[in-house]
Ligand binder design. Structure first.
Ligand SMILES: O=P(O)(O)O[C@H]1O[C@H](CO)[C@@H](O)[C@H]1O
Ligand SMILES: [Mn+2]
Ligand SMILES: [Mn+2]
Length: 393
């Protein structure tokens, strides 16, 4: 058995523009054509990201979209290229599944951006499952905005706040103390059983605390996702007897399949886990990490400065990971979709993503597909081929 280790690290929503089908994806009524998460942030303020740029971040951005980024553009010393998604969704599960070797074979169901957004019989069934007279929200919304607007009414009525977005998702926000966290989880599980058959990708519990004027979401978010419809790189590694470590949202995204050890927490906590795993992960193992705060704290909130600072923070983390790698290791840094904080709306943006790697010297891989990442990781680990992609190593 090969002793080679692999580290697959997703910087959630760090797109680099240039998706050929961006015009078919929308924020409200505006198509995503021209969205460029990294490119537009770098234009707003020069980025200092020496470690990822040395692998080829600036070069990948230019390859994907033609954009040049102040502060980026070193001569690449790593594996570098840009990946294009084929799955018909710009959401987190679609991106991760395809990266893991399973392009989404169906069209997701999206709830319309109307009020009400949910069909009346579904709203009635949600209320019945909650034991309430009705539901609040029933619209597309940003999660922080809707609890500020409806949180007090939720406390008065006890009705759960239900909302959706441009993703195939049904989110339920409820107060941890008055509604109860376990009750919210049970409700989400019941609702997932109603909507998964409709091809709604996820039901997400969005617990919050506080009082009027000061509601805030807690770290107890939980996703109830459809399982990936095929063998992922995690499944393949585990089937081959390899140790698999998931860091962050990876557990939820893959319905906890193919994962031996799961580490969760804020991105700062996840960084510590990833750095430790770079030292300690078992020979032949796969570590699969997701850093979500680019997306959840800055992209959806359209916070350019916060996003820029998170990128620079993460670059230093990447430097600490890379410093711990050894011969036989492969590390790939990539992303699952875009979330351009300069773009109108609050939803993801359809974009290409960077593919940056350590372990094979300087290697220009050009334009690749998301699924080529799984194929490459499988080849590196000496596993049978995974998914429809082609290895670029
Ligand atoms: O605005 P919040 O609640 O963070 O929701 C965002 O997070 C969801 C899951 O990624 C997306 O569908 C988007 O709606
Ligand atoms: Mn995502
Ligand atoms: Mn998101």
């Amino acid at each position: 058995m090969t002793q080679n280790r692999a580290f697959l690290i997703v910087m959630d929503s760090v797109g680099i523009g240039g998706a050929p089908d961006a015009a078919q994806f929308f924020n409200g009524t505006l198509p995503d054509s021209g969205a460029n998460t990294l490119g537009h942030i770098a234009q707003a303020r020069a980025l200092h990201m020496p470690h990822l740029d040395a692998l080829g971040l600036g070069a990948a951005l230019q390859l994907a979209s033609g954009a040049r980024a102040p502060g980026l553009g070193a001569t690449p010393q790593g594996i570098w290229g840009a990946a294009t998604e084929v799955s018909p969704g710009k959401d987190t599960p679609s991106g991760h599944w395809e990266i893991a070797g399973v392009p989404v074979p169906w069209d997701w169901h999206y709830f319309p951006d109307t009020r009400p957004s949910f069909p009346p019989d579904l709203s009635a069934r949600i209320a019945q499952a909650a034991g309430t007279e009705g539901i609040l929200g029933n619209e597309h919304a940003s999660g922080t905005e809707i609890i500020a607007r409806l949180g007090a009414q939720h406390l008065r009525t006890g009705w759960p706040i239900c909302y959706s977005s441009a993703d195939s998702v049904l989110q339920i926000a409820a107060h941890e103390d008055s509604f109860g966290l376990q009750r919210l989880y049970r409700l989400c599980q019941d609702v997932a059983a109603m909507v998964h058959p409709m091809r709604v990708g996820r039901v997400i519990a969005r617990p919050f605390t506080g009082a009027e004027g000061g509601f805030s979401r807690t770290g107890n978010r939980r996703d109830f996702a459809i399982a990936p419809p095929g063998q992922t790189i995690l499944d393949a590694a585990q089937a081959a007897g390899r140790q698999t470590y998931a860091v962050g949202k990876i557990g939820d995204i893959f319905s906890h399949r193919g994962i031996a050890q799961l580490h969760k927490g804020s991105d700062a906590v996840l960084a510590d886990h990833l750095i430790r795993l770079a030292d300690q992960a078992a020979p032949g193992s796969l570590t699969f990490a997701n850093f979500v705060e680019f997306d959840s704290l800055y992209g959806h909130r359209r916070d350019v400065e916060g996003y820029a600072a998170a990128l620079e923070w993460f670059d230093a983390v990447a430097g600490q990971v890379l410093a711990r790698l050894r011969p036989g290791d492969l590390a790939i840094f990539t992303a699952d979709h875009g979330n351009d904080p300069t773009w109108p709306g609050t939803d993801h943006t359809r974009e290409r993503v960077p593919v940056l790697g350590w372990g094979y010297g300087a290697r220009a891989i050009g334009q690749v597909g998301f699924a080529d990442i799984a194929a490459s990781v499988a080849a590196h680990l000496g596993l049978p081929p995974v998914g429809p992609g082609k290895a670029f190593l």
